[in-house]
Write a new protein. Sequence first.
Length: 221
Amino acid sequence: MLSIRLNAIMKYINPNDHIIDVGCDHALLDIEIAKENKNIIYVSDINRNALNNAIKNINDSKLNDKVIPLLGSGLEVLNSNESVDTLVISGMGTINIINIIKNKNFKKIRKCVFQANNNNNLLRKYMLFHGFKLLHENIVKDGRFYDTMEYVRGFQMLSISSIKYGIVANNEYLKYLISNEESIISSLKGHNISLLINHYFNYLLLAKKLKKSLRFDNISK
């Protein structure tokens, strides 16, 4: 049974996606995808021990013909004859994800499903500036909050608020972010004025987004 955060990724996988999962860890997600997906799924990891665990799980699931393990870094593991169009990355920081998609093999990719550990605002900005639009987004809590984003090639303009905090509103997550900003603002009072202004601006954006979300929820009811 998949965790809540991995199930959130499954939501954006279609049966016709030709997938590579970079940093696959134990390949639990990919095994579940393979049960519903007729296409070959490539799974890669730079860590040999992690990949060996993935191989064991793949063998145990008798999916050797559908889930292909590759040892190596990022998209460099792909050969020219390997047909992929969907990139899945979870459990990594934004900087690592950006470094991975700078590879020449990224030109094959038409769709990305990312679940970054941090700096989702930087990831949104990078993808928008490099010819991708944020099609869907979902925030779940699995011990901590996880933001899953689906990108496809295309042009899109987003507001500052959407780039910073996403295109969907999860009230619990927004309240968590607001609480963090309040703590930072409280600690900065009388100290760094420029930082204080920046975090107060963030607080106002979040408060506005939460207010709009709560109003929408009340209308929906």
